[in-house]
Every structure is written in C-alpha cells, then in structure tokens.
Design a protein around this ligand. Structure first.
Ligand code: DGJ
Length: 736
C-alpha cells in the first residue's frame, strides 16, 4: 500500500462517519444490515424498518435524533391476548387488510376469486435524490405496493404516497387505498386539532383530548368540502402551547372525497391514516394497471402550534403554490359580486372599475352573471358565451378600459356545472352526473358535469382555453357551488363506474394543468361557494383561494385564524364589503373591515358607487398602507398573538422574511367593564436590533418612537383601543 493510498483510506475512514451523518442530517439514509431507514428533515426524524416477519414497521417520528445508529432493527410487538395478536399490536407503515388486522388498513382489496386477504412484505428499496421508494408485495399474489417518501429537508416536511400495481393476471378491486399511515410515539395524553364548518362558517378550529377510539374527519362529497378540511395537528395538551411544545401535523393533497382516520388504540398506539375516502370506493385494477394515491404531507415541531403553521406556510410557498418563492405578491383586487350580484353590464362594470382604479386596485374581476342567459342562478351554466344584452360589444371594451385604469382583468367561471335550463344541457343531458332512470338532485338549480368523461373534460378545456385566448384575461375565479349527488357514470363498464371518484379529480387537475401550461401568466383562485375546495392538491394549481362567502369582519377574524393553522395567509383572498353585512346584519367601521382583510390578500367587494368621498379617501389610504406591508403579510412569519375564539381581543403579527419589517394588527371586538387592551408582547424580532414603531393611527400606540426588539418582546407595547370594533395596526421597521 503506497503512502498516498494509505492516506486516502485513512482520510476516508475518518471522514466517512461524518459524511454519513451529514447525509443523514438532511435526507434519507438506509442501513441494509439493520433494514432500517432514517429520514431527517428540519427538526424532525422519521425512522422505520423491516421486522422479522418482513413487514414494514414504524420505529420513530418526533424530535430530531441525529445519531442514526440509535435506530436498531424493527422488532414486531408481542401479542396482548388471543384478541390482539402481534399483527395488530405492531405499528405497520402500510398494513394490508389481511391476517389478523383490526387497525385501520392502508389497503383493502378483493381478488377476482373473492379472496380478500392482503399481507404486504418488503421486497426492495431504491433511493433517488430526496425520494425513497419501497416495494412491498402480497405474500401470496403479485399485488405490489410501492411506497414513496419524499424529504423536504430544509422545510422540515415529509411527503408520503403509494402506488398500487396489479401484476396478477386477473382484476383486483381496491376498496381502500390510503396514502400513508403515520405512527406517533406510543402512549396517551395526546390532543388533536381539526377544522370543520359549513357554508359561510368554514375553518372552525376544534381542539380535543384524544381518547381511545377512532376519530374520523372526511369528505364524502366528491370535493374537499366546507364541512371538514384535510388537515390535522396532534399535540400534548399538557406541554404544548401556541409557541412551544410538540406538534405532529399533516395535510392531504386531494380535492376529491378524502378521509383522515386518527386511531388511539387500546394498546395506546396513535396512528393517523389518510387518503382516498373508502366510502363508496371501488377501484378496479385490470392486470398491469395501477393506482397512485394522493400525497400526504406531514411534519413535526417542538415549537408549538404557531411553529407548525409557520412550517406549513413556508412549505406551501416554496413547494406547493405555483411559482414557488419567486411568485409575485398577490395584487389588490376588486370583485363586483356583492355590489351587483347577477346584474352585471358593461356600463355598470365600467363605473365600478373607474372607482376601483382610483383606490389603487390592481385587478378588476367580473363575477357571476356575464355569460349565457344568466339572470339569476336558474339558468346559463354551461353556455360560456358573453351575454350580448349585458355586454353588446363583448368583453373587450371593459378589458381595455380596465387596463387603461392600471388594472389587469379577471373573470368568474364555474366550469364543472350545468343548469338544466341551458343550451349545453339540452344538447348533452348525458353529460350530467346521474344514475340513469333516477331523479337528478339539483342544488342551486344546477347539476354536475361528469368530468371523468373524456368528452366533458375536452369540452371544458376547449371553452376555457378559447375564453382566455380570445380575451386578455389575467385571472380566473374558478367556482364550484354544490357537492356531488347520484355519482353515476354509465358510459363505462359497471365494474369501472366507481372510478369516477378518482378520475373526476384527475381530469380537473388535468384541465387546470393544461390551461396553466398554455397560458403561463394566468392566475387562478379556487372557490367553492367560499372555502369548499382548499387543499394541498388544488393549491398546486391555484394562486389563491376564496376562504368563505362570509365577509362579516368579526366572523372573518375567527375564520381567518382557523385558516392559518393549515394554509398561508397570503393565499387567502379577503374582501372589504359593505355594511350592514348580509351574513349577520352587523355594521363595523371601515377601518376594522380593512385591517381584518389586510391579514390576507386584500380585496374590495363593496358597491363603490355608494361609498362617500370620505370613505373613498380613507380606502385609498388603506390600500396604500397594505401595499407597504403586503410582502410581510403574504410571505412573512405569522405569530398568532391573541386568538379571537372566546376572546374580546385578538392580535396577529407578521415578520418579514428578511426580518426588517414587522406588522401588528390588533382588534377589540367589544369592550366590557372598561378592560384595557392587553399588553402586546411581540415575537420573532431581533433582541438587540432597534425598531422604529409607527401606528396607522399614531395616537393608538404609546409614544415610544423606537425601541429594541428585547423591549418590544419582553416589556411589550400598549395600544389604545376602546369601545366596539376598534382596531389598530403598527409597523415596526428595523433600523440599519
Ligand atoms: C359563490 C362564491 O363564493 C361567490 O363569491 C360568488 O362568486 C358566487 N358564487 C357567484 O355565484
């Protein structure tokens, strides 16, 4: 051995443990001798292995454990009694329903001969960059499952999904196909957080202790739903607060029927399984066919619920939303819906556009009512020609004037729907989703087009492409105003009809993807009668969402607070509308309405023709203020200082990505007993830096002028808020 070669070997031996641990620190490491994988992402470590039976078994998910050697081979857990054999007490990564499994299965299938036993064992693995693929196979058939783990290392997020392949020579029907099962450290004392709602009341946050049993959030409605959102967070209520303590969290990227099952087993194993909703599910795989399940993203933090949200927000901005971090800031938008409803016309829209332009609005959007024979919600959906009575010269004069006023132009569409009173329905009644010979349930006088049909998919793509090609349209508000009923698809074989649950959503994504590819500057808002379709699947294809038809500023505080637990505030369109608000009949001051809306992507939705000169002047000032702080709100770190639920006070703070600006919003809902607004302790500032402190209304903040980060965070600042619906905003600029 030459000296040089010896030196190289010695150097390699010295360096290799470092290399391995450096690699392990941010990515995927496989230890074949132990059959163990260790995934490191941000603050979290995730480890699993192959046990002595050949099953893939969870080992660990929690705070970072840097020493990979700590993770020994997976060993199955013993049976507890003849009622709980080892198959059920062992936390499997992706259990098939077979042998003796009583926990939620990740896969349930029926073979052509009626056999329904699926037992999955490890076959091989492959690591490609940030993605690990693991192949499992049924012990007695050629049913394969490929599990995928993608590590977003700096973001601290893991993505899991599966691909199920039928390599047998007969059809297999999948009755449950989940994306992943996540196992938390064994024990009790957990709590969970989830969001439910209904039209006008989305994003209601619930926090409950997790007792033994199965807890389900789901949608059986064909789309994401207002009723529950595919997001969860699990914490340790004794230890976890908004700003500290352990939180395991996750969200599904699927805009169809979905389910997340949280199980606290009698053996105190906490498992979260999610993917396609098994309700009314039946996906037939012919020989050689496969099905890929939706992505299930998850992460862990020791920084409390606030940090869990910030991790998700950053991840969404970097890896989910179109354009990634280079995406432009969201423009200030005007939308005519609450001002005119269906009564749109060239003259009416132009009058509103003139006023919007003067306020500093950057995007003008015509909502429902511009097409077909659309006078109200009884007719017109499906006939996507410009209504000649309302717009005798087409859309061009309006678009040209909107451009001349310094705004770009957007328009409302509802591509997946048809009114029975429409030319399209008269021509193609078979395109509506229905069970032949059965009643067709109408909701808002409309039916769903069966987007799973290739001819419907092409029709929808063609007219949308035509609309955007022949008009200078920068933005589509893509609405969806009902849920599924009678989800029949009689154009395909009976055995394939339930595939509608998956193929519809694939085709929706296909239309969006093709439209975006052909019109790269086009931006899209996902709306479903408010926030009925917000998830990490649709967000890969839409820049923003309409979180609720409820624009009452007081209600919005709660809705917006819930929303931010899962989704970035910057994608949440928030209009300032007129009072008394149609939802609750409540009147709140213009300033309160503006400051609430500034906690998202600011929009205006009132009838500007009725705004007084004083209101117009104030609004101009608010729009200018928002433009000054919007990168901080839309891209910064959100600190929920005081939650609105059950409190007369609420406050949010945003810190810009470069740390140079922070913005505070504070709201007094209704003062009682003269109680002063609580001292605000800011967060996320640099202790030693000095910040210039400026309130939107200078009299509302203590006369401190400037103060150190330490003072602002530990001594805090006092705001002068009084009465009902008072509000304040403070900008903190870091001094050079
Ligand atoms: C429901 C949406 O949420 C509203 O903003 C509006 O666009 C209407 N649909 C129009 O029909």
């Amino acid at each position: 051995m030459t000296y040089r070669f010896r030196w190289c070997v010695t150097a390699f031996l010295l360096i290799s443990p470092w290399l391995i641990s450096a690699k392990a620190r941010a990515g995927i490491q496989y230890y074949p001798e132990r059959k163990v994988w260790v995934l490191q992402a941000g603050e979290e470590t995730y480890a699993f292995g192959v046990n002595e039976r050949g099953e893939l078994q969870a080992i660990y998910w929690g705070p970072r454990i840097a020493r990979d050697a700590d993770f020994l081979s997976a060993r199955s857990r013993p049976e507890v009694a003849s009622f709980d054999l080892s198959t059920s007490t062992t936390p499997q990564e992706y259990p098939g329903w077979g042998a003796e499994l009583y926990n939620e299965p990740a896969l349930k299938a029926t073979y052509a001969d009626g056999n329904r036993d699926v037992v999955l064992h490890f076959v091989q693995q492959h690591i490609e960059g940030d993605t690990l693929e693991i192949e499992l196979k049924d012990i007695a058939s050629a049913l394969e499952v490929h599990l995928y783990y993608r590590v977003f290392a700096p973001a601290g997020i893991l993505q899991r999904w599966s691909r199920i392949v039928n390599r047998t020579d007969q059809a297999i029907t999948l009755e449950s196909a989940q994306s992943a099962a996540w196992s938390l450290p064994q024990g009790d004392g957990y709590g969970w957080h989830y969001m439910t709602g209904h039209w006008g009341a989305e994003w209601q946050l619930h926090s409950e202790p997790l007792q033994t049993g199965t807890h389900i959030i789901e949608s059986r409605r064909g789309s994401t739903s207002h009723q529950a959102n595919p997001w969860f967070a699990i914490d340790r209520p004794q230890q976890t607060t908004e700003e500290s303590g352990p939180v395991w969290f996750g969200a599904l990227g699927w805009s169809g029927s979905w389910r997340i099952t949280v199980e606290q087993t009698a053996m105190q194993q906490l498992r979260v399984t999610g993917g396609f909703n098994p309700f009314d599910f039946g996906y037939r795989l012919n020989p050689g066919e496969q099905l890929e399940t939706p992505p299930f993203y998850a992460g862990f933090t020791n920084g409390g619920m606030g940090e869990a949200s910030r991790l998700l927000h950053r991840f969404e901005r970097q890896f989910i939303l179109p354009g990634g971090e280079g995406a432009p800031v969201r423009p200030v938008l005007y939308n005519s819906w609450e001002a005119t409803e269906f009564d749109v016309s060239e003259a009416g829209q132009l009058a509103l556009a003139e006023k919007a332009g003067k306020l500093g609005v950057e995007r003008f959007v015509i909502d429902d009512g511009w097409f077909g024979q659309r006078k109200d919600d009884h007719a017109g959906l499906g006939d996507w020609y410009v209504n000649p009575e309302k717009f005798p010269h087409g859309l061009k004069p309006v678009i040209d004037r909107v451009h001349a006023l310094g705004m770009d132009f957007g328009i409302w569409v509802e591509p997946e729907m048809v009114n029975p009173d429409s030319g399209l329905y008269r021509k193609h009644p078979e395109w509506a989703m229905n069970f032949p010979g059965r009643p067709r349930t109408e909701a808002r006088h409309q039916l769903l087009l069966n987007l799973a049909r290739p001819d419907v998919r092409e029709y929808v793509f063609q007219w949308l492409d035509q609309l955007v090609t022949s008009n200078d349209i920068a933005f589509l508000k893509w609405d969806y105003n009902r849920n599924w009923s009678e989800p029949g698809w009689d154009a395909v074989a009976i055995t394939d009809q339930k595939k509608i649950a998956v193929e519809y959503v694939h085709n929706l994504y296909d239309i969006l993807d093709r439209l975006r590819a052909k019109h790269p500057k086009l931006e899209i808002e996902s709306c479903s009668g408010g926030g009925g379709r917000v998830d990490l699947g649709i967000l890969r294809r839409t820049e923003e969402v309409w979180p609720s038809d409820n624009t009452d500023a007081l209600d919005r505080l709660t809705l917006q607070d819930g929303f931010t637990h899962a989704y970035s505030p910057g994608i949440m369109m928030a209009w300032v509308t007129d009072v008394p608000n149609g939802m609750n009949g409540r009147s709140v001051p213009l300033k309160f309405r503006f400051l609430v809306a500034m906690n998202g992507s600011l929009g205006l939705g009132g009838n500007l023709n009725k705004w007084t000169p004083e209101e117009m002047q104030a609004a101009t000032g608010f729009v200018a203020y928002y433009k000054r702080i919007r990168p901080t709100v839309q891209r910064g770190a959100l600190y929920r200082l005081i939650a609105p639920q059950g409190s007369e006070f609420s406050a949010n703070e945003y810190v810009s990505t470069d740390g140079r600006q922070a913005v505070l919003f504070a709201f007094l809902h209704s003062q009682r007993f003269g109680t002063p607004f609580p001292t605000i302790f800011l967060r996320g500032l640099a202790e030693d830096a000095v910040y210039h402190v400026q309130a939107i209304d200078p009299g509302q903040v203590q006369e401190i002028g400037s103060a150190s980060g330490a003072y602002l965070m530990h001594h805090g600042i006092d705001l002068k808020l009084r009465g009902d619906y008072d509000s304040a905003s403070v900008v903190l600029e870091k001094q050079p």
